[in-house]
Design a protein around this ligand. Structure first.
Ligand code: SF4
Ligand code: SF4
Length: 108
């Protein structure tokens, strides 16, 4: 392990001569984004129309936030508004126009 414990010590000893002298950096743990309600950023909301949907899964594939929900058979069931940021990609790719983007204010 490195003989240097922190940046103050690094400053004292100067530039590290080998990688073992570089102090340990911070650690970001995975899965922390799961608790972030990114849906609060949304200004327009995708509204899914079950009657028009043919469950082609294009919206599910393209959604950058994994916000299109499905049942155990892989059929689309709607939108998870906890994560959906309202980017509108799902509505753009839907071949049946089964998703309509509406102002979030309508649902306040
Ligand atoms: S892209 Fe449209 S038709 Fe296809 S699953 Fe999504 S909402 Fe349904
Ligand atoms: S609006 Fe964007 S984030 Fe929301 S469900 Fe559609 S593709 Fe996903």
């Amino acid at each position: 392990m490195s003989g240097c414990k922190n940046w103050k010590e690094m400053k004292d000893v100067g530039k590290p001569k080998k990688w073992q002298d570089v102090p340990m950096g911070g650690i970001a743990y995975g899965a922390s984004a799961e608790n972030v309600e990114t849906g609060q950023w949304r200004s327009i909301r995708p509204v899914w129309n079950e009657d028009e949907c043919i469950s082609c899964m294009l919206c599910w594939v393209q959604c950058p936030d994994r916000s299109i929900t499905t049942d155990e058979n892989g059929k689309v069931t709607g939108v998870d508004y906890f994560y959906c940021k309202g980017c509108g990609i799902c509505a753009q790719v839907c071949p049946k126009k089964a998703i309509e983007m509406r102002p979030e204010a309508e649902f306040a």
